[in-house]
Design a protein around this ligand. Structure first.
Ligand code: SF4
Length: 370
């Protein structure tokens, strides 16, 4: 289950997620609308047992914890939460106060995913984050003291002005905080963001490819030395701490997405996207405004390739139909010859070199764009 909480105090200049800085006074109405959507769609998943919940955003740590309790009560009335369920909430470091952590008591939250992004205060300010590096350090400690051992941090590399030394320091600081999981993304200049405008105005520069590679290489080395498993292109976890929620997406499991802008998948071939419109979401009397898409066989194949190839397990070739397997191997051949892909125990995987050109490789293996 995914719950989208599309409110942020400030917009970070690189972000193109659906969220708004307005209407924080409507949070209670938004939670009531979420409860309505839950009741309306309680049978969307075939099973009434929920194995993972992820509250993402936006900034879910802005949600007053009494409203968070209400959400979990509603979930408890409609579904059975598995005893070992992974329940994650995303948090901004400056929201992680003792009161907030205290407010999480009594909820099933057992994993906190924090957007650190970098430990360089000048860059944090430039990219519009509202926290400092010290606040991240304090927040992680406070989470652990409050009994939350399963903490994940997000970092971004290739940020404007970020040097290799800065990145080394970011990775070192993150790993020194005794976290269980690290997600590290290469900065992308998404169309329509302020960062993209700044790039076009020449106010910031894109990190060159050489530097990005160096940074990624360092990330692989440092996480490996710290005992982390590299289980997806951008994700690293200590044994037993991979994100079960994200792994569900990558394995094509069904999921129910609740909230404005949230996506759902029935595990067969239907995707549903709630419209990114908080007002319309709150005002909805019947089903929330949404669009659905029936995936063709080719689209299902493409999704499978796209998600599986990003994981360290790669594509289990024996799960493909004879026809798809033949197509996939034919398209993979030039990359196998160039050592960008490898086959290990019937799984087609990216090599370390292949990771750097993974988008091109994935697109070559897909059907719809070819
Ligand atoms: S990165 Fe997170 S906090 Fe920043 S604008 Fe996007 S959703 Fe909001």
């Amino acid at each position: 289950m995914y719950i989208h909480f599309p409110f942020c105090r400030l917009r970070c200049i690189y972000c193109d997620f659906y969220s708004t800085t307005l209407g924080q006074d409507t949070m209670a109405s938004y939670v009531r609308a979420l409860e309505r959507e839950m009741a309306l769609r309680k049978n969307y998943l075939e099973s009434s047992r929920v194995h993972t919940i992820y509250i993402g955003g936006g900034t879910p740590s802005l949600l007053p914890t009494d409203l968070l309790h209400r959400l979990f009560e509603a979930i408890g009335r409609l579904w059975t939460l598995d005893d070992k369920a992974e329940v994650t909430i995303e948090a901004n470091p400056d929201d992680v106060t003792r009161e907030w952590l205290e407010g999480l008591r009594g909820t099933p939250v057992n994993r906190i995913s924090m957007g650190a992004q970098t430990f360089n205060d000048d860059i944090l300010q430039l990219i519009g984050r509202r926290h400092t590096s010290q606040q991240t350090i304090d927040a992680v400690k406070a989470c652990r003291e409050a009994g939350f051992a399963n903490i994940s941090l997000d970092l971004i590399y290739g940020l404007p002005g970020q040097t290799f030394e800065d990145w080394k320091d970011d990775v070192e600081q993150a790993l020194s905080l005794n976290i269980k999981h690290l997600s590290a993304y290469s900065l992308t200049f998404e169309e329509g963001t302020r960062l993209d405008t700044m790039l076009r105005q020449g106010l910031v520069e894109e990190a060159d490819e050489e530097l990005s590679r160096q940074m990624y290489d360092h990330l692989l080395d440092a996480t490996n030395k710290a005992g982390f498993l590299h289980y997806e292109i951008s994700n690293f976890a200590l044994p037993g701490y991979h994100s079960r929620h994200n792994s569900c997406y990558w394995q094509g499991s069904p999921y129910l997405g609740l909230g404005a802008g949230a996506h759902s998948y029935d595990g067969k071939r239907t995707r549903r996207a709630n419209l990114p419109d908080i007002k319309a979401y709150i005002a909805a009397k019947e089903d929330m405004p949404h669009e659905t898409e029936e995936l063709s066989n080719d689209a299902l194949y493409d999704e499978y390739i796209m998600t599986r190839l990003r994981t360290s397990d790669g594509i289990p070739l024996d799960e493909l139909s004879e026809k798809d397997r033949k197509y996939c191997l034919e398209m993979a051949e030039p990359h196998l010859l160039r050592n960008l892909l490898r086959i290990e125990k019937e799984h087609l995987c990216l090599t370390k070199e292949g990771i750097f050109t993974s988008n091109d490789i994935i697109s070559d293996l897909m059907k719809i764009d070819n």
